[in-house]
Structures are given as structure tokens and as C-alpha cells.
Design a protein around this ligand. Sequence first.
Ligand SMILES: NC(=O)c1ccc[n+]([C@@H]2O[C@H](COP(=O)([O-])OP(=O)(O)OC[C@H]3O[C@@H](n4cnc5c(N)ncnc54)[C@H](OP(=O)(O)O)[C@@H]3O)[C@@H](O)[C@H]2O)c1
Length: 369
Amino acid sequence: MSSAHYPNVYRAADDRYEPEAHSPMPYNRCGDSGLKLPAITLGLWHNFGGDRPLETQRAILRRAFDRGVTHFDLANNYGPPPGSAESNFGRIFAQDFRPYREEMVISSKAGWYMNSSPYGFGGSRKYLVGSLDASLKRMGLDYVDIFYHHRPDPDTPLEETMSALDHIARSGRALYVGISSYSPELTRQAQSIARDLGTPLTIMQPSYSMFNRWIEGPDGPTDPSVSPAAKTSLLKTCAENGMGVIAFSVLAQGLLTSKYLNGIPENSCLGNHKMNSTFLNDDTLEGIRALNAIAEERGQSLAQMAIAWALRRPEVTSALIGASSVEQLDDSLGALDNLSFTDEELRTIDRYAVDRNINQWQVATDSRD
Ligand SMILES: NC(=O)c1ccc[n+]([C@@H]2O[C@H](COP(=O)([O-])OP(=O)(O)OC[C@H]3O[C@@H](n4cnc5c(N)ncnc54)[C@H](OP(=O)(O)O)[C@@H]3O)[C@@H](O)[C@H]2O)c1
């Protein structure tokens, strides 16, 4: 595309909060906090590393902000290589978004593997504080809005990780703190410690989609020998503990779109080996086809229905999506035009919206409970 499409001086769309052409973005209160998050958040895990053209990244970010997406989700290790998504975001931020900083919620995380030093993985105070300082430098920011511990770490006392988050907030490096991929029980314990320290956890970031429903259950009386706390779902735990929920991979890394209906395109997450190739099998494909037909009957794309479906739960504050092009982003934001479902639609969807063994983050969740 010619540079004429991307003028050097960016001015955000004047109608970004009240567009005439589309449904406006809803902003939902995050748990018990005063922070409002857009119903759809853009994540920079894939598609923003050193392997992607900066101009495409910039076009996606501009379009998102022009359409009311105020929240951008990053992590220290996003790339490839690790760190490059934050560096690229920093370059684009400096050129385009600095005048809009107060309108943006920018998130980062540490916890997963960043480097092979003893301080490049886990939940220690040493890793979290040092990593966030490096993230702030890469992005050219004074503070992030939300900082997460990215995954549970069995080798660090929970008290140390929560006190690191408390320190990070008190030192002004982050306005809010959260956790990702923690089990319901560990979430309850973490929130109890965080509250005692005086910096409650505002948000939980778990994987969730029509093909990965672990955060919904089990609720209710099943095995009487299991304690009520251990039976409580992650969604209910978060609601009871004042935490918002931002659901990631609601498109199951692209499986819940029309993209794989007729084979594996070269320019796809699966085609580029960024997703486990076993995730797309005959059973899953049958489910995708059935769900695509339901979406068509609703007058939506499958991606739009998958996003609307994740947002149907009142506990879900925001659906966190990825996009490799402006076209994909526009399609996904079209979910806002129809967010409601009839009971009958939900019952039909339930037949195909079943766990398909794609929760690659389960190992981290189970690593400590
Ligand atoms: N906390 C954690 O541990 C964690 C883990 C994973 C992700 N996340 C966060 O969640 C964000 C989203 O994760 P994800 O990338 O797995 O999300 P996703 O939304 O499930 O999948 C995004 C991929 O789906 C495809 N896609 C998106 N919109 C489409 C559309 N309308 N039509 C057709 N295909 C479409 C694209 O694939 P192609 O690239 O194939 O075009 C895109 O890269 C990440 O960026 C990150 O911020 C957090």
C-alpha cells in the first residue's frame, strides 16, 4: 500500500466514541474498580513482532483506536523476538499516539519465559520489577495502566509475587495489577493477600472460547467431598472477589473464523506454524462448520459470533482478540452490531461449543494449585 494511505501525522477519528457508521464500543467497568475497558481489546502477541511490516502494525493500531478500542494488551515476551512487539508498539506510540496517552489503557506482563538468565522466568520480585522497567523503556512509557503476573510460578511464594505487584503499583509503574491463567483457588488466595497489602487485583486474564470453556465450571453441587471453594468456577471466583475478566484467544487463535473452512492458508497462524497443528482435526473442523452455519443464520461472520458469545457472560469485561490485518480487525469489531443471543441459539451453539483440547495454558494453571 502506498505511504499516502498512512500520513505521517496521525489524527484520531473525531467520531471514535460516537461513530455514525458502526455500533459504538461499549465500555464495561472492570470488576469493582472504576476502570472501564472496551468490550473488545486488541492484543499484540502475534502480528506485531520483528517479523511483520511496521506499516501493517501501525495501520491496525490506528484503525483500532479510531473505532473506540482504547485498550492494548502486550507482554514482555511478545514478538518474535521477545521484546520486539513492545519496541514496535513504542515506535508507533511515539509517532502516532503520544497525544492520546490519557485515552489509552496499555497493559504488559511478565511471568513466561523472557530470557535464559535466572531472572527471565517466574514470579519473583526480581523478575517482575526488572522486566517491567525494561518494558517501559521499550515502549517509551512512564507507566503502564495494567501490569499482570503472566502465569502461576510454583517456585515463588505467592506472597512474594503479590508484594511485587503491590510495590509496582505503589511506585507508579502501573495503575492497576492483575494475574493471568491462575486457577480459581489460587486466584482466591492471591486476592486475599493482595487486599491485605492494600493493592487489590483488578483483573484476571484467562483463555476462553467456544472451544475452551474451562473458566465456566464446575459450579454447583457435584462431589460432596470437594470443598465449596474448590468447586467454584473461575468466572464466579472473579465476580466474588471484585475482579474483572478479560478473555483471551476468544477466536481460538483463528480456528473460530471462516479462515480454515477450506484448508490451511499459507498466510495464517497455522500455516506459519505459530499454532499447534493438532488443534485443527476432523472433529474440530466439523464443529467449525456447524458454528459457521449458525453464525450465517444470525447474519454474522463466525469471528463476530465467537466474540459476541464470549461477551454474553456478564462476568466478562472484555474480549481480547488478535488481528493480522485491518480487514480482520474490522470484521471482528462488527461483532458489536449483534451481541445478543436467543436461548435457542445458545442451546444449539452448546452442541458444538465443547472443549477441543486447545488450552495450551492449562499446564501453567495446573503447575500450582
Ligand atoms: N495471558 C496469556 O497468557 C495470553 C496468551 C495468549 C494470548 N494472549 C493475549 O490475547 C491476544 C489474542 O490472542 P490470540 O492471538 O490467540 O487471539 P485470537 O483472537 O483467538 O486469534 C487471533 C488470530 O485469529 C485470526 N483472526 C483474527 N480475526 C479474524 C477474522 N475476523 N477473520 C479471520 N481470522 C481472524 C488471525 O490469525 P492469522 O494470524 O492466521 O491471520 C489472528 O492472528 C494476544 O494478542 C495477547 O494479547 C494472552
